[in-house]
Structure formats: C-alpha cells, structure tokens
Write a protein that binds this ligand. Structure first.
Ligand code: ADP
Ligand code: MG
Length: 358
C-alpha cells in the first residue's frame, strides 16, 4: 500500500528570466511503513518536495495523494504529516516535556492524554531523566531526540525529516542513524528522510530516490542504487566509481562487449532500458577490480596509496592516460603489497563492468 503518491509534480519558482524549476515532473510512490530517502546534491529540490508534501507550499502542476486522497485542499495542520527540521526549531525557554507536548496542546488534546503521550515519547527517545530541563540546557544530540519526540507525539502517518542529522558530529550522527532506524521500526510510521550524504542514505533506507536538478533519476533499494545504477550521475554520486571509455560491440541480453583503450575486451552489463551506441562509458567499482603484478585487463603505474583502516585505496595511472582506483580489503599485520611507482595490472572481475547512459 502506498502512503504517498507524488504524481507528475512540478514546482517553478520565480518568473521570466529568473525562473527556477525546483521540481520537474516528479513522480514517485512511497510505501506505508517505509524508510524512504530522497538523496541528491544541494539545490536538487529535496526540501521543495518535502514542503509540498507538508503543505507549506503548493505544486505548480501535478498532485500529491495520501492513501489515494488528493491532499491539495488540506492545510498543513490538517495533514497527518509532521516535519523534523534541520534546525530542530525547539523552544529554548520551555522544558523538554513541554516542547514534546506543544503540538498536542495546540490540537487541544485533554491534559491527561497529553501527559501520557509525552511520557511515552520521553521513553521512546530515552529522555525521561531530562524531562524538566530547558532545551537550551541540553546537548545537540539530546535536542535532536526532543525534536523527534515532538514530531512523533501527534502520531503522524508520515514523518518528514529534512537533513536532521547534518548538524551533529560524526560519532553522534552514526548513533542517531541507528536510533532513527529503531524509531521508524518501533512506531511503524512512514519516514521520508532527506540527505545529501550517500553513505547515510545507503545505511538507513529501505528505498532511495536519487535526485538531480529537480528530477528523480532512479528509485530503488540501496543495493539496486549502488550495484545497478541506471545512469552515470547515479554511479558517480553514490560511492566511488572508475569511468573508462570503451568501444561497444555485440550487445544483447543485457550484456555488451566493451573494448577498452588498453585493447582488452571485457563483457559488461548494460543498464536496463539502455541501448549503447559505438562508444560508451564503462564503470567499474573500485572493490570489483584486483591489482596484480602480472598482466591484467588494464595496465599502469601505482600513483598513490591511501590507507583507510578497513581497506586501502590504490590509485593507478593507466597506460591509456585514464585514472583508476582499486580498493583492497586490509588484512592484519600485512601491507597492501604494492608501492608507489610499481608497474601493475588490473583484473576486472566477472560482472564488474557496466555500460551506463551518460
Ligand atoms: P535542496 O533541498 O535539495 O538543497 P531546494 O528544494 O531547497 O533544494 O531548492 C531547489 C531549487 O529551488 C534551488 O535552485 C533553490 O534555489 C530553488 N528554490 C527553493 N526555494 C525557493 C524559493 N522560495 N524561491 C526561489 N527559489 C527557490
Ligand atoms: Mg534542503
């Protein structure tokens, strides 16, 4: 069942020369109970889409359905939707408990019900001990929890989260990512989460929509998006990728033969619905290639070695002039086995290469 359906929605700001299409005929369906993420670079239209769903702004064209009903006639406060803003927007002079209960007060709920809800929310976000502190006297991470509790208190059907973790430092952000997943799971509320951080999107989401310049380029599971990117922008934006120029021959059955600049021909998978022409870009993830001191599908010289703890990234200047990175898992008490200046071959694994739309 779909919680939200966005149907051919466009949003144009300004007029004439200064016109900006913040959203350009966007369609996407978000399922009930789903942790759904809008991922894309700054300015691609993520916040605009959330604001249209929340009712803070209206589409120029298209419609938004909530459980099949057009929500256009509903003002924001009548939508079963709530938003967590990046800035938290808490009331600093009010206590944690009063902040959490604020929305319920506004809705005119009975006192006993508000108290019970606030207690449940304090427990949910593990803030019982600080319930009577002012929110100006708690840490950033704690403020984040209060903002979540406040948004969840009126039991919305859909929770919109606009880059809610971006103000937190790395460790706390990692903790809150797990916390948010838990909250989504425990409450069963549909989460629409916005981030520009690809790693955050991959680790948290049931499904991801990748956005660029007001359009949704691909929707899929983290695995789909990472391993079967539909086009070059997606492959480039999500994770690290090597791009190689290739001459294409013998396409069919979702495969193509790609002859690389090195002269080697490899088999590559072809993105769905794409018919590659004579020349195309082949992409290979750094962890799907292997370095060798012997001959490989590609050859070159090690230019730089970057150690990351869990793995090592080895940057190779190919004889073709192209750059290529190989990612190698580290093992205990052994170096990566290569040094700067080494002549190396690169083996491209089976199914590692893909031909993508530019
Ligand atoms: P994101 O949240 O992905 O960073 P936004 O949705 O905030 O992107 O913005 C998308 C585009 O729309 C940007 O080019 C932005 O400058 C423009 N935009 C957003 N809101 C307004 C507005 N109120 N008036 C004019 N342009 C806007
Ligand atoms: Mg934004």
């Amino acid at each position: 069942r779909n919680a939200i359906e966005v149907v051919k929605v466009s949003k144009i700001f300004g007029s004439g020369e200064g016109q900006v299409a913040a959203l350009d005929t966007v369609s996407v369906s978000i399922r009930e109970n789903e942790f759904f993420t809008l991922l894309g670079p700054s300015g691609c239209g993520k916040t605009t889409l959330l604001r249209l769903i929340a009712g803070f702004d209206f589409p120029t064209a298209g419609e938004i359905l909530l459980y099949g009903q057009d929500i256009a006639p509903l003002p924001p406060f009548k939508r079963p939707v709530n938003t967590v803003f990046q800035s938290y927007a808490l009331f600093p002079h009010m206590t944690v408990a009063d902040n959490i209960g604020f929305g319920l007060e506004m809705l005119g709920k009975p006192k006993a019900e508000i108290e019970a809800r606030v207690d449940a929310m304090l427990k949910l976000v593990k803030m019982e001990a600080l319930s009577s502190r002012r929110t100006s006297q708690i840490s950033g991470g704690q403020q984040q929890r209060v903002a979540l509790a406040r948004a969840l208190a009126p039991q919305p059907k859909v929770l919109l989260l606009d880059e809610p973790l971006s103000a937190l430092d790395y460790k706390l952000r990692k903790e809150m990512q797990i916390e948010l997943k838990r909250l989504q799971h425990e409450t069963g509320i549909t989460f629409i989460f916005v981030t520009h951080d690809q790693e955050e999107a991959l680790t948290m989401s049931d499904r991801i929509a990748v956005m660029s310049s007001g359009k949704i380029l691909q929707v899929g599971s983290p695995w789909d998006i990472y391993d079967k990117p539909a086009e070059r922008f997606v492959a480039d934006f999500i994770g690290e990728t090597n791009f190689l120029t290739a001459a294409i021959s013998g396409t069919g059955n979702g495969k193509a033969r790609a002859t690389l600049k090195s002269g080697t021909t490899i088999e590559a998978t072809v993105a769905e619905g794409f018919q590659p022409k004579d020349n195309a870009t082949v992409v290979v993830r750094p962890e799907h290639a292997k370095l060798t001191k012997d001959e490989g599908d590609l050859s070159g010289m090690v230019e730089n070695i970057v150690y990351f703890g869990t793995d090592t990234h080895i940057h190779v200047q190919l004889d073709s002039g192209e750059a290529f990175t190989v990612r190698q898992q580290n093992t205990r008490s052994a170096g990566c086995g290569f040094e700067r200046g080494d002549k190396v071959g690169i083996l491209i694994g089976n199914d590692a290469a893909q031909v993508l739309r530019d």
